[in-house]
Design a binder for this molecule. Structure first.
Ligand code: ADP
Length: 754
């Protein structure tokens, strides 16, 4: 007896089965022979032959006999009868069983009828079965319903348990019913699968169709676009621009998202414009990194010198910066902050730097910026959202590595809607600016190749963290002779050129230029001077066009007429000294100036009156001066007690503040109480302490220049400011006697009060 284990199959008596020879050989441990007896056992679960125990075997099996061996690889087995197994040893091929009788409660004809019904049903759907075309012939070869279900064992949708139950059933009628049920179920499932598959392919077809249609539309659109390039649709325009812009992956994704929304929105949708603006902005930015251009330092130096006269120190520092950039092969370096009075060339030298580096130049004005969003943009959810000034500047420059001049960083404001200086910090910080994210754009942009240059009139109002990040380069005011050179070499020729006056047609004498500088302007820079040159050229142009003269020569006499204005009234040094009045030196945003400190006593009870729009700091230094003078002149105590003191600084409409008038105030009061006048050619500056010490001040260069302008000859300065004299032009130092002092008493002695 050769035991053949079967799992998940329907094996019934009276059918014909085929086997692989090799498999049989393995089971039987011998060559197959006709007449070999076989026992099929049915397994509860799939197991290797060696591991099968009696628990794994269902109680009913089938006997069979080998009745066919072909020359190829197959053997045929005919099953005979059902058996109840008693003892099974699979490995040893030993088995004990008893035959199990069928209860034949149904006629052969009836069974045959069932068989044919099911077979017809199967035939109807045969093309849907997995076995395909050959199925029909195969189906027609089945001889009984039992053979049929055996062949279809693996196609049935019932469990292995249910398959076994068919064999175990003794009543033939029941068995046939079970078989029929299993087969019809199989047919139904196949039918449903077929329908589902059909539905699926139909829906697939829809998708394919849609794709194909879209592609066709695209193709047609392209043909139309090619015919009329001027009306290429927005969508297609942006599609191309997004691809060609060189955007980073994040920006591209966002742009594509917006483009999709734009497609959905349609040209008449109310968001279309907003989406259009966004894409227009982001795709016009320059996204690709510009290659590092070799820097020619000699040429850079030449350009700076050609376009700006003087400015020795700033130029030196700029050249250093350019050299460092060349060595590092970097497009940016430390952030330079140019500080100085208006018109000293801060902005325009930025332009020359760009030219020297052969990079685009862009100027971003920050004056009056109060809202963080002006730097970093508004979120797109805002109505009328816009990109910030930085990104807007980048767009204007048309490059990713422009020289960007951030003008007036000292005029940044601050309000409830955030601090613009902290946004600016992020822009300037080399650690962060490679992923600067403008709120409007909502995607990072690399600012690390931008060369930032900031300008300011003073460093006082620049927040500390911002100032720390920058390297301050001072732009001192110009002396009169520097201004003369600037006017001659730059401002006048430029003005003439822009008005179309050829060089020979207008001549302005040096004396006239000097006069313009001294009497028609009052500034550290050259802005006013530039305006005067423009006016002069405009008037000259009228004369030339009218044909009054071929060549116009401008001397002192013609100035009033050519400049359309009267000379500016200057505060010049007083003619004679008056006790109680002393000249001070002040620093203003426009440069330096002199101011007079006037003091007066009137009958009263020791009250102090201060006028002339003085700020709190200046008022306090007035109090200090009063106390100091009282302590220095104890014998004059009565004067203070019996009089009211009035302190006034003329030009009452101009607010004044700062501690640097301390020495001047003290001297004025000392002069008042002693009745000794100070020479009107003497001026002074310095903060004073309650003990009479003189402390350093700022803006020395500008103050000394103002002193020279006003005709002062002697100036007292704090000893601690002596170092700053290095920056003062020789021309100024030559014209002044500069006396450094440590104590205010030295001033009093030198001026003859004490
Ligand atoms: P700032 O930015 O310091 O206020 P600008 O750069 O606007 O000053 O300068 C004002 C004008 O004066 C510009 O036309 C500039 O070309 C000119 N200018 C300033 N300094 C010089 C200089 N040293 N040489 C030639 N032109 C100068």
């Amino acid at each position: 007896m050769i035991i053949v284990p079967a799992y998940d199959l329907v094996v019934l008596p009276g059918i014909h089965l085929y086997f692989k020879k090799a498999y049989y050989r393995e089971l039987a441990q011998k060559e197959p022979e006709i007449g070999d007896n076989i026992v099929f056992i049915l397994l509860k679960q799939h197991k290797e032959r060696r591991e099968i125990t009696e628990e794994d075997i269902f109680p009913v099996g089938v006997t069979g006999i080998v009745d066919e061996i072909d020359g190829e690889d197959n053997i045929g087995i005919r099953t005979i009868s059902r058996i109840t197994l008693n003892q099974v040893d699979v490995v040893e091929n030993r088995v004990q069983f008893v035959e199990r009788a069928d209860i034949e409660d149904i006629s052969e004809q009836e069974i045959d009828k069932h068989f044919k019904d099911v077979r017809n049903a199967i035939l109807k759907f045969s093309n849907q079965f997995q076995w395909g075309i050959i199925a029909r012939q195969y189906i027609l070869n089945w001889k009984s319903i039992f053979e049929m279900i055996s062949s279809l064992s693996t196609q049935l949708n019932i469990t292995s348990e249910e398959k076994y139950k068919i064999l175990e059933e003794d009543m033939i009628s029941q068995r046939v019913a079970m078989i029929e049920k299993a087969l019809y179920e199989m047919i139904e499932v196949t039918k449903i699968n077929g329908e589902a598959e059909k539905a699926l392919t139909e829906s697939h077809q829809m998708v394919y169709r849609e794709e194909a249609l879209k592609r066709q539309i695209e193709f047609l659109q392209k043909q139309l676009d090619d015919m009329h390039p001027e009306s290429v649709s927005d969508i297609r325009k942006f599609e191309q621009k997004i691809q060609s812009s060189g955007m980073n992956a994040i920006a591209k994704k966002e742009a594509e998202k917006v483009l999709n929304r734009m497609k959905q929105e349609g040209q008449n949708g109310h968001e279309y414009g907003i989406l259009y603006d966004y894409l227009d902005f982001t795709t016009s930015l320059s996204w690709e990194k510009a290659p590092f251009a070799r820097i020619n330092l000699k040429r850079a130096e030449k350009i700076l010198d050609e376009e700006h006269y003087g400015l020795k120190k700033p130029k030196q520092r700029i050249i250093q910066q350019i050299a460092v950039m060349a060595l590092n092969k970097k497009q940016s370096g430390s952030i330079l902050l140019f500080v100085g009075a208006p018109g000293t060339g801060k902005t325009s030298i930025g332009q020359s730097i760009a030219k020297a580096l052969q990079r685009p130049y862009v100027r971003v004005s920050l004056g009056g910026v109060k809202d963080e969003a002006e730097i970093r943009g508004h979120r797109r959810t805002y109505v009328g959202a816009m990109p910030g000034r930085i990104m807007e500047g980048i767009k204007r420059s048309g490059a990713s590595n422009p020289v960007m001049v951030l003008d007036e960083v000292d005029k940044l404001g601050k309000d409830y809607s955030g601090d613009p200086s902290s946004a600016l910090l992020e822009v300037l910080d080399p650690e962060q600016n490679s992923t600067f994210t403008d709120h409007y754009m909502n995607v990072p942009y690399d600012l690390s190749d931008v060369l930032f240059i900031c300008t300011a009139n003073s460093t006082d109002t620049i927040p500390e963290p911002l100032l720390n990040r920058m390297e301050v380069i001072a732009f001192q005011g110009y002396t009169a002779s520097e201004k003369l050179q600037i006017a001659k070499k730059h401002l006048l020729p430029k003005a003439m050129h822009s008005m179309g006056i050829i060089p020979g047609n207008l001549k302005v004498s040096d004396v006239a230029l000097r006069k313009i500088i001294s009497d028609y302007t009052m500034e550290s820079g050259v802005r006013g001077l530039k305006k005067r040159m423009d006016t002069l050229c405009r008037n000259a142009a009228v004369k030339l066009v009218k044909g009054e003269k071929e060549t116009i020569t401008v001397g002192i006499k013609q100035l009033k007429e050519m400049l359309d204005q009267k000379p500016i009234r200057h505060d010049n040094a007083l003619k004679e000294g008056i006790p109680g009045i002393v000249t001070g030196l002040a620093w203003t945003q426009a440069g330096g100036d002199i101011l007079f400190l006037e003091t007066m006593l009137t009958k009263g009870k020791g009250n102090i009156m201060i006028t002339g729009q003085l700020g709190d700091v200046m008022k306090e230094s007035a109090q200090v001066a009063v106390s100091l003078v009282k302590s220095m002149y104890p014998d004059k105590a009565d004067i203070f007690a019996q009089n009211d003191l009035h302190i006034h600084v003329p030009a009452g409409a101009v607010p004044k503040d700062g501690p640097s008038a301390g020495v001047t105030l003290t001297t004025a009061l000392a002069s008042l109480v002693t009745g000794k006048a100070v020479s009107p050619k003497v001026a002074m500056t310095g903060e004073v302490s309650l003990r009479g010490g003189v402390m350093p001040i700022g803006g020395l260069t500008e103050k000394l220049m103002a002193a020279v302008r006003a005709g002062i000859t002697t100036v007292f300065i704090p000893r601690d400011n002596v170092e700053d004299l290095e920056d003062v032009a020789e021309e100024v130092k030559r014209k002044l006697e500069i006396i450094p002092v440590t104590m205010v008493t030295e001033v009093l002695q030198e001026t003859g009060i004490q």
